[in-house]
Design a protein around this ligand. Structure first.
Ligand code: EPZ
Length: 418
């Protein structure tokens, strides 16, 4: 076990190159299963979730080779269509393999993913869509047993613009018989990244990024080489870290147009931001203003994944901010820990009222999930005194070497093994 030990009060100053996006690389690695060929993925972040996805691919019979941030995946030798429940429990987002395995093998057997600390994480929209495409899916003994000789193109309307369901349908549809149209599709940038990769493999995906995606099924896909987009959530987390410490930061390789909602909120809170293609500069003004209200919404609305880091910033802002978490039912796990550091936050159902305090103080706090953990690190950077953050295994799922990145910008942070 290890924890992060942070001495707060140092204004961050420096430059960070933004890592590849976790939520783009995971579905793209699942997509490699669709062709019996080799794919080369560049700008792949070193994350626990990527390691676990590599284990899933190897269990399916693929060969993985990693050199620095390049991952080679050879899927010629796939000899299994099963992901066991232990692996699924370890990383529920492996459900994204379902559509791809079904399309490649004509059958799939995966453990039910279950929920996670932030919510129940149902997959009813995934299963409804795959059944509509002709898959027979039996849910029993904790497994989903799926079979379908040839998936058929269908018109699928999503009751909610689910990111995972949109991706699973895309992966199932690219080699289906006929055309698939997804309406009310998710519009996240990671969906566009997946579509570009699939089209490089020879697929016919159009409209990704809009709420209507059309996929012309093709007979066969081939391998492709691709560079993963930058991680917009990690990028915004580091901008918030610079802001809360009264520092300034340059993010290289960031895509400002992927983070308009977050940049707008940071400006409202007093940040001076300059953004152009591939680079963002943020300078924190002395005073941090509260933000009237933040409501998490599907993209391009305010991303749920940066709600908790923003709440840490609001905790030391001048005034009161209101957060409404509309996407996940249990995404305020960081609140108690921020209160332990002196924050003044009141949760009522899906809303949290944050009254800014003069400053936070160091404490021993616990991360219970990925983005809540990042929020505690951000708070600790500004707190007076020493904070220890345990539960780093959650933070490492999405942030590559967080302590090294922050230390590069002057933060007094280190990882200690207990
Ligand atoms: C993806 O999760 C991301 N994960 C999440 O990031 C992100 O928070 C989320 O999209 C929203 O942007 C990955 O891409 C690996 P959803 P996903 O399906 O696909 C309901 C992080 O911290 N829903 O859009 O699971 C569900 O209950 C993670 O990096 C159904 O009801 O998100 C939730 O309320 C956390 N039925 C809402 O939709 C379904 O079948 C959003 O879920 C599917 C979803």
């Amino acid at each position: 076990m290890n924890k992060l030990v942070i001495e707060g009060g140092v204004p961050l100053k420096g430059e960070i190159t933004v890592q590849g996006a976790k939520n783009a690389v995971l579905p793209i690695l699942a997509a490699t299963v669709l062709s019996a060929d080799e794919c080369i993925i560049h700008n792949c972040p070193w994350l626990r979730d990527v390691e676990k996805t590599g284990v899933v691919l190897e269990k399916l019979g693929c060969m993985i080779k990693r050199e620095a941030s390049t991952l080679c995946v050879d899927t010629v030798g796939i000899n299994s269509c099963r992901i066991d429940e232990r692996l699924m429990r370890e990383m529920r987002s492996s459900i994204i393999f379902l559509g791809a395995i079904l399309a490649r093998c004509g059958k799939a057997e995966v453990g039910m993913p279950g929920g996670c600390p932030i919510g129940l994480r149902p997959i009813d929209l995934h299963l409804k869509a795959l059944r509509q495409m002709g898959a027979e899916i039996i849910e029993e003994h904790g497994y989903l047993r799926c079979s379908c000789k040839k998936l058929k193109g269908s018109c699928i309307h999503l009751d909610f613009p689910s990111v995972g369901a949109t991706e699973n349908i895309m992966l199932a549809a690219v080699t289906a018989d006929g055309t698939t149209v997804i309406t009310n599709a998710a519009r996240e940038p990671e969906i566009i990244d997946l579509a570009i990769f699939l089209n490089k493999m020879g697929a016919g995906v159009r409209g990704a990024g809009s709420s209507c995606i059309t996929i012309e099924g093709v007979d066969k896909l081939h391998g492709a080489e691709y560079r993963i987009m930058p991680d917009r959530i990690v990028a915004q987390t580091y901008l918030i870290a610079a802001m809360i410490t009264g520092g300034e930061i340059v993010l290289r390789g960031a895509e400002p147009h992927h983070m308009q909602a977050g940049l707008s909120a940071l400006s409202e809170m007093g940040a001076k931001i300059r953004a152009d293609k591939g680079c963002i500069y943020l300078k924190s003004e002395k005073k941090i203003h509260s933000v009237r209200i933040i409501k998490t919404m599907p993209y391009p609305g305010f991303p749920t994944d940066i709600q908790s880091p923003f709440m840490a910033l609001a905790a030391v802002a001048d005034g009161t901010s209101v957060f409404v978490e509309n996407i996940f039912e249990n995404r305020f796990r960081h609140v108690d820990e921020l209160i332990r550091m002196g924050a003044d936050i009141k949760v009522e159902g899906r809303s949290a009222v944050v009254r800014g305090v003069k400053g936070l103080y160091g404490a021993n706090v616990e991360a219970y999930e990925l983005r809540g953990g990042a929020s505690l690190v951000v708070a600790a950077l500004a707190a007076d005194g020493i904070t220890t953050v345990s539960g780093t295994e959650f933070i490492d799922r999405g942030y590559e070497n967080i302590e090294r990145q922050l230390a590069f910008c002057g933060a007094k942070i280190k990882r200690v093994w207990t």
